[in-house]
Design a protein around this ligand. Structure first.
Ligand SMILES: [Zn+2]
Length: 246
């Protein structure tokens, strides 16, 4: 089974993720964007260049806006311009794109193809196979589970089990036992072991390093990557996964 990971937005804490991946012989793709988000420290251009020595760097637009909310010319510029920016920073070809907030309409997919990317990632979860390299799904996001831990908008206060509800179908379809629905790590291990057992085409973990920090998930990530790194999977970048399935 192929194993890939991806990390969105280009937060400075991506360096901690990179160290964990390296320690376990794993790899992946960092989708960076020159716009600051969530008031977090972002990777500097020098750090991105260094990271590109060991990992793939992908584009994630210039301003992190949902592409379907933009005029066609603007969306095209975000897609083309971010490829050029990543290539200028790393000095290497940028083959992969990631849609902000998973917004991957047909028009955006067409611009991504025309710009010369090899593939693009969405945020569709609970998948271990795909057919369209320009709408590549993921398997799992690292996030608080089963209880919500962020309650800012009022409707979230009324929905503490939101993460469990959002994943309910995927949990059932992937035969995750009730006993493994008590924590993110238990769920991730059960899903990963099932995928490995049935020799699924791939497993794709993704996340945001600032959320791992905010929700105290570093231990869970370290444990999960240690298991994955010792399970006999073949580590690949997102770009390499896209080309294998194209
Ligand atoms: Zn993002």
């Amino acid at each position: 089974m192929l194993f890939t990971t991806s990390w969105d937005d280009g937060y400075g804490l991506d360096l901690t993720v990179a160290a964990l991946l390296k320690k376990n012989g794993l790899t992946g793709t960092f989708y960076v964007c020159p716009t600051h988000q969530h008031d977090r420290t972002m990777l500097t251009e020098n750090q991105i260049r260094t990271l590109s020595g060991d990992f793939e760097i992908g584009a994630h637009t210039l301003t992190h806006r949902k592409l379907s909310t933009l005029m066609a010319g603007e969306a095209e510029q975000e897609i083309k311009g971010s490829k050029a920016w990543v290539e200028q920073v790393t000095g290497k070809p940028c083959d992969m794109f990631c849609y902000p907030k998973g917004d991957c309409g047909i028009a955006a997919q067409t611009f991504v193809k025309q710009a010369g990317y090899r593939g693009a990632r969405t945020t569709e979860q609970w998948r271990c196979e795909f057919s369209n390299p320009f709408a590549m799904p993921v398997s799992l996001q690292i996030m608080p589970f089963p209880l919500r831990r962020s309650f800012r908008p009022i409707w979230k206060i009324l929905d503490p089990l939101g993460p469990l509800r959002a994943n309910w179908r995927g949990l059932g379809k992937n035969n995750i036992p009730l006993s493994a629905r008590t924590s993110w790590l238990a769920m991730a291990r059960a899903f990963f072991r099932n995928a490995l057992k049935r020799n699924a085409p791939f497993f794709h973990l993704y996340g945001h390093s600032h959320e791992i920090e905010r929700y105290g998930l570093w231990h869970d990530l370290a444990e999960f990557l240690e298991e994955a790194g010792h399970s006999g999977v073949t580590p690949v970048t997102n770009g390499s996964l896209a080309s294998k399935h194209a």
